[in-house]
Design a protein around this ligand. Sequence first.
Ligand SMILES: [Zn+2]
Ligand SMILES: [Zn+2]
Length: 280
Amino acid sequence: MGLLGAHVSAQGGVQNAPKRGAELECDAIAIFTKNQRQWRARPLKEEEIEGFKENMKRYGIKIALSHDSYLINLGSPKEETYKKSVEAFVDEIIRADQLDLPYLVFHPGSHLGEGEEWGLKKIAEGIEESLSKVPESRVMLLLETTAGQGTNLGYRFEHLAEIMDMVGEKNRMGVCFDTCHVFAAGYDIRSEEAYHETFDEFDSVIGLDKLKAFHLNDSKFPLGSKKDRHEHIGEGEIGIEPFRLLVNDPRFREHPMILETPGGDVWYSANLKLLRDLIE
Ligand SMILES: [Zn+2]
Ligand SMILES: [Zn+2]
């Protein structure tokens, strides 16, 4: 049935996130470990780190993931942005490590006109450079599937496979499967047949053993639209059926499944209830 949950706010400090998750009855949560719209942040304080770990236990959250800042672009052809991105990415890894988070989910990056092959190489270079600065880190970096808006890479399973192939330390890499993004990118999952075809393709291109987490979102825009706009579960172009298949898929029983639907906590509750009702 997966470990169901949502992306919750870390306002007031990361230590507040587990309680918010528990109020929504989450088994899993995702957080930003710093303001996602700023390059720099002060380091986490010891009391925040300890408070977070304590509250994870106290509120019975089974797993927490971090999501990287939206500013980071490891595929940037602009040297200054690339450098800032590596620096910020390393900081993300350090924070996730301090909080004992097993996974850091990140958007691969955008090539901004330099071309896809160039961008994929640059991203792999950025990941390797970042990893080399934190050799002791235990955090696994999860490449997120993307919708393919603009020059964003990661909208083909082949992109993710290629990046992972180029990164030396493969055991430090995995994938986060976002249902909205994958669908907007052109992979159908709406019928049982299409669902199985898409996961078979994922398995042959990347390997299902590399799939570590999900973002569960319906899509406002149709199949192949390449537009990244999340919708409430069952209310969008994907519809309810694939979510029923996902939460009952025995292959994904231990996988965190994180909602990023619009509208905040009230809607998270409604979406989570809907997903739980689908479990057979
Ligand atoms: Zn996502
Ligand atoms: Zn999205």
